[in-house]
Ligand binder design. Structure first.
Ligand code: USQ
Length: 388
């Protein structure tokens, strides 16, 4: 199916605008919605990203000049139900990509206000979306960005969304048990439960993409125009681990490996995120189906990522050091980890695996901005203890 009308919620974030451009380039009619919530959180905390893209209307203009394609943008709050309904009435999407959540685990653990912001924003935004679809058109396919972190690190294989359990001679298939490791991850478990509920009640069609940490900034659509690249956060709150390590390496700061560094997660390149979302849209879930894909391409320990960055740095003559610092989080540092990730490969995903060439390319770009890197944003300041 091509030429679908797709509304991307959270179009201003790390993945949002890249997704808008990717879907637009693939021939879909795309609109983006955002209220700069994530941008404002970082600004208020004085955590500027290294690459700081222009606002959405400017990026839409740049994209129009580059591609000849229009991406209308709506500056609206998804927590405002009436505003969302109005946007959906005007654009009449056939599918919605839902990225519009507070995405940071450390932010969600900072204190009572940040916990509340995370919980309210992530659950009310999802509920509003469900209710708007319920009111307007129950055939709209929802592709929601979930997280691999909802599963935690159980001592058995992680299946793709569901687990069949035998109990006293009978069998039933349940959603796979969730053991999230931060309040942020808990809200992603809860928004999944919300969507599953409405799939059963209202026959909504939902795909939940349980994604691992994403790395990278490059995409075919942005090409070499730096203004179309995503924001590159490297601070301790909004930066994800591999992006942080690349910036730390460029700044000559020892890589901040939390604890022993044996924490294993499923990672993927930003370009693969874009493909996964498009594949999910082009082969939609059925009415009543809550479909779950585990969205990552390979697993690494934190220490393996650090070694990969050391190696890439050496190619550029950088002597990158690795520092094992006390872990601010409560998480297993040595554990079994074997998640299934078949669904997206079956839909045609051809992964971009992590290699030195990509890390070197990213390091080169970051080195161009080295004078803007803030060294005070490297050490973790938020612990999981609370009650301070
Ligand atoms: N870590 C370090 N050093 C650092 C930063 C992180 O050792 O400087 C470790 C963390 O302790 C953790 C792992 O690296 O074990 C991943 O941390 P992260 O900050 O890259 O990722 P996380 O907090 O789990 O969250 C990120 C995104 C979130 C997404 C999630 C996917 O911020 O939006 O949902 O990755 S997942 O991790 O699979 O849940």
């Amino acid at each position: 199916m091509s030429g679908m009308r797709v509304l991307v919620l959270g179009a201003d974030g790390y993945l949002g605008w890249a997704t808008c451009m990717h879907l637009s380039a693939a021939g879909h009619q795309v609109a983006g919605l955002d209220n700069y919530f994530r941008r404002d959180l970082a600004r208020n905390l004085d955590l500027p990203p290294l690459l700081d893209p222009p606002a959405l209307p400017q990026r839409a203009r740049l994209w129009r000049e580059r591609s000849g394609r229009e991406i209308p943008v709506f500056i609206q709050d998804l927590c405002d139900y009436d505003a969302l309904v109005e946007v959906m009435r005007r654009f009449e999407p056939q599918a919605v990509v839902h990225y519009a959540e507070q995405p940071s685990a450390p932010y969600s653990m900072m204190g009572p206000a940040e916990a509340r912001t995370t919980l309210v924003n992530n659950l009310v935004s999802t509920l509003n979306l469900v209710q708007a679809i319920g009111a307007l058109d129950r055939g709209v396919h929802v592709v929601k960005l979930g997280t691999m972190g909802v599963y935690g690190t159980p001592n058995i294989d992680i299946e793709e969304g569901y687990l069949t359990v035998q109990h006293k001679g009978r069998e039933h298939t349940f959603l796979y048990p969730k053991t999230p490791g931060s309040l942020y991850h808990l809200t992603k478990a809860q928004d999944g439960d919300l969507l599953y509920f409405y799939c059963r009640m209202w026959d909504l069609a939902v795909t939940d993409l349980n994604q691992g940490p994403v790395y990278g900034i490059f995409s075919q659509e942005a090409g070499d125009d730096p203004r179309l690249l995503p924001p590159l956060a490297y601070d301790d709150i909004f930066g994800t681990v591999l992006n942080r390590f690349v910036v730390q390496a460029a700044a000559g700061v020892p890589l901040t490996v939390y604890g022993q560094g044996g924490q294993t997660r499923g990672y993927l390149n930003l370009m693969d995120t874009l493909t996964c979302v498009r594949l999910a849209l082009e082969s939609p879930a059925e009415p009543g189906q809550y479909r779950v894909f585990n969205q990552f391409t390979e697993t690494f320990t934190v220490m393996e990522l650090a070694r990969a960055v050391v190696e890439a740095g050496a190619e550029l003559g950088l002597q990158v050091e690795v520092n094992n610092i006390p872990n601010p989080r409560r998480e297993a540092e040595e554990h079994y980890y074997n998640p299934v990730h078949r669904g997206l490969l079956e839909l045609g995903l051809q992964p971009h695996y992590l290699d030195t060439a990509m890390l070197v390319k990213m390091l080169r770009l970051v080195l161009e901005h080295r004078d803007r890197i803030r060294r005070d944003l490297m050490d973790p300041r938020v612990t999981w203890q609370g009650g301070a």
